[in-house]
Design a protein around this ligand. Structure first.
Ligand code: PBG
Ligand code: ZN
Length: 326
């Protein structure tokens, strides 16, 4: 038996050679930075459950968004924490709501930045569910109108892309129709099409004060055991008019991300969620992992699995790391 002809190590000899044959690359253009907007002025308060991330008032969000754009990150996604919550989540679709004001301020400060808004009710409802409640249950069809109103008010404020994360059936179609009726035919929809009922959202819910006050989200978010259902969810949202689809959370669902991308060959995003961020930060703080190396390896894994872009709390920082590499 002669020595094998093939020696894969030949192509691993130097960093230049490895770069030449590298299959996947992480670009600054692939990243989206999530930001949390809160009431008040001059607020820049670190979030306990997400060290290194901040609650920002509208004025501060405009400053931060501009710094993010100057790093080369093309887009942000905004989450709002309103002054008051009520059963119908009226802060979500108020003309002077927290996200609407933030969008206007960011748009004025950074005209080129791509502004994505999260469309959901859970940050705005007193009960913390993503839709409104009828007879102690989340009422799918009654929630659609409010979600559509939220999306239209974000578009009115100047959002480029609306991203519904509520997981109500039929919401992409309801939002598309409402946007078109209001003249926002060019506002794109990034659907959280495949969103699992995940414990990885814990730190976010603490940051947004959006944990459900009764029950859980398993009646509308997906069962983590299901992969075929993910393809069905993605298909439905594309049929309803989604321009782009998302799989969430990230690393624990890379198999689903790969399947969705391969099956539909449409623009597909991945969301590295709060619990993933918090876990990496906790391990790094203890010196148990090499923070920068693990973060970059993790972000690259999304690209390898097929993601076109990544929503990540590391966007701003990783942009610096990616640039310094080249
Ligand atoms: C709102 C929303 C959530 C996240 C994004 N949009 C929380 C949830 O569904 O409970 C999670 C983001 C994260 O954990 O980083 N529906
Ligand atoms: Zn929600």
């Amino acid at each position: 038996m002669p020595f094998p002809i093939d020696r894969p190590r030949r192509l691993r000899k130097s960093e230049r050679l490895r770069g030449l044959v590298r299959e996947t690359h992480l670009h600054v253009e692939d990243l989206v930075q999530p930001l949390f907007v809160v009431p008040g002025e001059d607020v820049r308060q670190e979030i306990d459950s997400m060290p290194g991330q901040f609650h920002l008032s509208v004025d501060q969000v405009a400053i931060e968004a501009d710094a993010i754009l100057r790093r080369g990150v093309p887009a942000i996604i905004l989450f709002g924490i309103p002054e008051n919550k009520d059963p119908l989540g009226s802060g979500a679709y108020a003309d002077d709501g927290i996200v609407q004001r933030a969008v206007r301020a960011v748009r004025e400060a950074s005209p080129e930045l791509v502004i994505i808004t999260d469309v959901c009710l859970c940050e705005y409802t007193s009960h913390g569910h993503c839709g409104i409640i009828t007879d102690n249950a989340v009422d799918n069809d009654a929630s659609l109108d409010l979600l559509a109103r939220t999306a239209v008010s974000h578009a009115q404020a100047g959002a480029d892309i609306v991203a519904p994360s509520d997981m109500m059936d039929g919401r992409v179609k309801a939002i598309r129709l409402a946007l078109d009726e209001s003249g926002f035919t060019d506002t794109a929809i990034l659907s959280y099409a495949v969103k699992y009922a995940s414990a990885y959202y814990g730190p976010f819910r603490e940051a947004a004060g959006s944990a459900p006050q009764f029950g859980d989200r398993k009646g509308y978010q997906m069962d983590p055991a299901n992969r075929e259902e993910a393809l069905r969810e993605a298909e439905l949202d594309l049929e309803e008019g989604a321009d782009m689809i998302m799989v969430k959370p990230g690393v624990a669902y890379l198999d689903v991300l790969a399947a969705v991308k391969q099956t539909f060959q449409r623009v597909t995003a991945a969301y590295q969620v709060s619990g993933e961020y918090a876990s990496l930060e906790a391990a790094a703080q203890r010196g148990w992992i090499d923070r920068k190396a693990v973060v970059l390896e993790t972000l690259l894994s999304f690209k390898r699995a097929g993601a076109d872009f990544i929503l990540t709390y590391y966007a701003k920082e990783a942009a610096g790391w990616i640039k310094e590499k080249y």
